[in-house]
Design a protein around this ligand. Structure first.
Ligand code: UD1
Ligand code: CA
Length: 467
């Protein structure tokens, strides 16, 4: 590919975004606006990327110093003292181009939706057309605030007229300017030097270079954008909301393409950093948040919130679970209606059933807690069964204590394990026990009143009461 440099206009203030920070660092659901743009440009491997800063430039530079280290491109900066228009902003970038000769890609930091693929096609189109200047244009029904692409009867581009400068006929033009251009450096440098601000906004319009090129008889072309969504810019919070929904939609489409089966994708919210394997089924009303990752063949029945959690292959999350900052092994089943709180680690083939809560608890492979249980600050060994209604009493009102349960243990239903306490491997705890002392391996721990039988008592009672 021929030589390329990129200029990113980023001097704007985010006033209508509700702050006075540089607009370019406004975050979408994924990252800062300018990071979207830089990530789309990076695959083109420009020799230089020049970011034109303005208001509070230190904050923008600080942001890029942090985010670029992760992205490994290097940036040159130019400073535009006052916001006097897009033409003035490009003029501010010219010195940073140095002796560069080739194509200059001009972009806006507040346009986050152009994909790397579209920008590549655009640059290829520019080279193919051997143009001096190519812009990205798209169709937008009037009225709108975009600059209009004005052509002559033969379809040759004459100029761009800004919305505020259009006559009534020009206002009806449906082909509009996206603001992204590829321009030959030899033309651009003198063209921006010669700009004037004789227009409705008193600004130095970059768009005026189009008319200059056309008048000089240079080749001017427009690359028609097939998906106008990509040209969306961010001027206010309404725009940002729209951008976020388009980004979410793109992510959803990619996940489906990669083999995720959403029963009702519209009711699901998937955070950008979530990763999902193949042959995964996700039911309605599921939120996957933070750095959650689902292995191949995981099934989530529906109505679940899963945050910062890893779920390994083949596991099933049944209806109504909330899972936070935890890990779940292979072929494990959770729910319905389970609450897996932070630092819970469920191994492979574990069963956690309805109305079970775990917190800071490890359940080793093959262990089960199928009904109505609280396991807090607890370790459960392999193949151990926790009976219905078991509670680890891990808090005495002052401190939290640990419960350690060995492997192949059977905890009878409705037991209270008063921590700190250890139940040895292979031990048995009788149903209804309150266990306050350690139970050795292979022992039976019983902690309840012995049952008494009074023969004939019930019958006698009936006879007295029903007389
Ligand atoms: C510009 C185009 C218009 C096009 C539209 C597409 C001009 C004159 N008009 O209009 O034809 O349809 O984009 O969205 O170029 N900026 C600076 N310094 C400045 C002015 C702007 O860095 O002095 C930056 C802004 O931060 C923004 C970008 O340039 O990122 C575009 O500026 P903006 O004022 O939003 O351009 P529009 O008036 O929308
Ligand atoms: Ca403007």
């Amino acid at each position: 590919m021929e030589k390329l440099c990129c200029i990113v206009l980023a001097a704007g203030v985010g006033k209508r975004m509700g702050g006075d920070l540089p607009k370019a660092i406004t975050r979408t659901r994924e990252k800062a606006l300018i990071d979207h743009l830089l990530d789309a440009v990076a695959p083109l491997k420009p020799e230089k990327t020049i970011v034109v800063t303005g208001h509070k430039q230190e904050i923008l530079k600080q942001h890029l110093a942090e985010s670029l280290s992760a992205r490994a491109h290097s940036i040159d900066y130019a400073f535009q003292e006052q916001q006097r228009g897009t033409g003035d902003a490009v003029r501010a970038a010219i010195p940073a181009l140095g002796s560069f000769k080739g194509t200059i890609l001009i972009t806006y930091a507040d346009h986050p939706l152009f994909t790397a693929e579209t920008l590549r096609h655009f640059i290829e189109y520019h080279f193919f057309k051997k143009s001096t200047l190519t812009m990205i244009s798209f169709q937008a029904p009037p009225p709108n605030g975009y600059g209009k692409v004005i052509r002559d009867a033969k379809g040759q581009i004459l100029r761009i007229t800004e919305a505020k400068d259009c006559n009534p006929e020009e206002s009806l033009t449906t082909e509009v300017n996206s603001g992204f251009y590829a321009v030959d450096s030899a033309f651009l440098k003198p063209a921006v030097e010669g700009l004037t601000n004789n227009n409705a906004q008193g600004e130095y319009y970059l768009t005026d270079i189009v008319e200059k090129a056309a008048k000089e008889g240079q080749t001017v072309a427009a690359f028609p954008l097939s998906n106008a969504d990509e040209a969306a810019g961010v001027n206010n919070l309404q725009d940002l909301a729209l951008i976020n929904s388009i980004l979410a939609q793109r992510q959803m489409e990619l996940l489906i393409e990669n083999g995720v089966n959403f029963i009702d994708s519209k009711s699901c919210f998937i955070d950008p950093e979530v990763t999902i394997g193949k042959h995964v089924i996700i039911g309605p009303n599921v939120q996957l948040k933070g750095k959650t990752s689902l292995g191949d063949g995981v099934t989530i029945h529906g109505t679940a919130i899963i945050e910062d959690t890893t779920i390994a292959a083949g596991s099933v999350i049944k209806l109504g679970c909330h899972i936070e900052k935890s890990s779940i092994g292979k072929e494990t089943s959770v729910g319905p209606f389970a609450h897996i709180r932070p630092d819970s680690h469920l191994g492979d083939n574990v069963r956690v059933g309805n109305f079970v809560e775990t917190k800071n608890t490890t359940m080793h492979n093959g262990s089960k807690a199928n009904h109505l249980t609280y396991l807090g600050d607890c370790t459960v060994g392999r193949e151990t069964n926790i009976g219905a209604g078991t509670i680890t009493c891990n808090y005495d009102g002052y401190t939290k204590s640990k419960t350690t349960i060995g492997k192949d243990v059977f905890i009878g239903s409705n037991s209270a394990l008063v921590a700190p306490v250890t139940i040895g491997d292979g031990a048995l705890v009788a149903a209804g026990s309150v266990i306050t002392r350690d139970v050795p391996a292979d022992a039976l721990g019983v902690g309840r009143a012995r049952q008494d039988i009074k023969e004939g008592y019930a019958k006698k009672r009936r006879e007295v009461l029903e007389k």
